[in-house]
Design a protein around this ligand. Structure first.
Ligand code: S3P
Length: 436
């Protein structure tokens, strides 16, 4: 599917919207609901393809999950309650599904095979295989530690482990595996990454201790089913935060959005660029802070992004690149080499897409450099089958002169199926459509 985007530079990017549930938190709600005892009810969950992958894998593992209009109900079977599936588990495009599930599967008394789409089968799995193997896990992969992965359940042992890369997926996989050992597992991360797993496990009754960048997890604690209302996804809201900031006359409120400190690097970065972002109606949902975010158009200035903030905005760097094309001065992003091993090589993809639109953006080994502000022009771009690249270029299309076409944009469904509908809501019916 190709989509067409028309310049919306008539000052219309206004309205109140609500984005659907946070993808990272929804994955965790499904997985933790499955290993808890009793009923877990999840409201406001992410309807995207990635979370469907997790849900389908769990059903194949024998977990009873009911899908209703307004909620998902999971009948959890406890820490070691999975049945051996009769077929391979398809994690689709979702690295979170494959990595987090690996942590749970290696300590079950079953054998499983995990695969995924072309993108996922080319993503690095050594980062989970290596530490899980130290815990006695038995995992086989293709050459270069690529999926499919075959996991034969084993008795696991606790370890002390320092992550070589900042990755919440790896941290979470090890926390899950740590719950299936016979001792205390300690995990240290080089830089603090999203802490949704830790928050939710504590809420469900896990014996988990946190101290700075260290997490200690005790095994064999009985988790109890819960009712959860998932906060709006800050990574989806990010597209509207940037849109409202760069479109003259823009003013958008995004209700009930997650503002977990480990996720809001985008807010900190945009504020440093001069963006006007206000938090109102602060509240708590699902042991996570939420607020209504109101964003108004402002003249932006360039900034430097590197170091500790990077994991807190890693998924938002493509849309930050779009903001940087409209900011005064030179924006430099470094320490973001992880972007090269996401759903696609996001450094190459965003640089090529924005260059085609006329932006002065240059690829660097671990980031990019953008000279702004510059006028963008509508062109035909590739999504690289990456949802965040497709949406970032669509936002660029709304400020570009003429029409922009994004090819293979069906990938938007992975995290944000209602993206086009919400763009029409704030920019008008003609702003975005399906191209012939
Ligand atoms: C995620 C962690 C991040 C992020 C991904 C979701 C998670 O990946 O990029 O979109 O839900 O834990 P890494 O763990 O590879 O950094």
């Amino acid at each position: 599917m190709n989509i067409i985007i028309r310049n919306s530079n008539n000052g219309k990017a206004n309205g109140r919207i609500k984005v659907s549930g946070d993808k990272s938190i929804s994955h965790r709600a499904l997985l933790i609901g499955a290993i808890a005892r009793g009923l877990t009810v999840i409201k406001g969950y992410s309807q995207g393809g990635d979370c469907r992958s997790t849900l389908n894998c769990l059903r194949q593992l024998g977990i009873d999950i009911g899908i209703y209009d307004d909620r998902i109900e999971i009948n959890g079977k406890g820490l070691r309650g999975f049945n051996e599936p009769a077929n391979i588990l398809d994690c689709g495009n979702s690295g979170t599904t494959m990595r987090l599930l690996s942590g749970l599967l290696c300590g079950q008394n079953i054998t499983t095979v995990l695969t995924g789409d072309d993108s996922l089968r080319n993503r690095p799995m050594k980062r989970v295989i290596e530490p899980l193997t130290k815990m006695n896990a038995r995992i086989w992969s293709r050459v270069g530690s690529r999926a499919p992965l075959s996991i034969q359940g084993n008795i696991l042992k606790a370890i002390d482990y320092t992550l070589p890369v900042a990755s919440a997926q790896v941290k979470s996989a090890l926390i899950f595996a740590g719950m299936l050992t016979d001792g205390i597992t300690t995990i240290e991360e080089p830089v603090l990454t999203r802490d949704h797993t830790e928050r939710m496990l504590i809420e469900f009754g896990a014996d988990l201790e946190r101290n700075g960048n260290k997490v200690k997890i005790k095994p064999d604690v009985c988790l109890n089913g819960h009712e959860l209302l998932i906060p709006g996804d800050i990574s989806s809201a990010a597209f509207f935060i940037v849109l409202a900031s760069i479109l003259p006359g823009g003013s958008i409120t995004i209700q009930k959005t997650g503002i977990n400190p480990t996720r809001i690097g985008i807010i900190d970065a945009m504020r440093s660029m001069g963006a006007d972002i206000k938090f109102e109606n602060a509240d708590e949902q699902c042991c996570e802070p939420v607020a209504d975010l109101t964003v108004k158009a402002r003249t932006l200035r360039a900034i430097e992004i590197k170091g500790e903030i990077v994991p807190r905005l890693i998924d938002e760097l493509p849309i930050i690149a779009v903001a940087a094309t409209q900011a005064q001065g030179t924006t430099r992003v470094s320490d973001a080499g992880e972007l090269r091993v996401k759903e696609t090589d996001r450094i190459k993809a965003i640089v090529q897409g924005l260059q085609k639109m006329g932006a002065a953006i240059l690829e660097q080994e671990d980031g990019f450099i953008v000279d702004g502000p510059c006028k963008l022009r509508g062109v035909v771009c590739q999504s690289y089958n990456d949802h965040r690249i497709a949406m970032a270029l669509a936002i660029a299309g709304l400020i570009a002169e003429g029409e922009t076409v994004i090819q293979n944009a069906e990938c938007i469904d992975i995290s944000f199926p209602e993206f086009m509908q919400l763009i029409r809501r704030v920019c008008g019916e003609n702003a975005i459509g399906i191209s012939e």
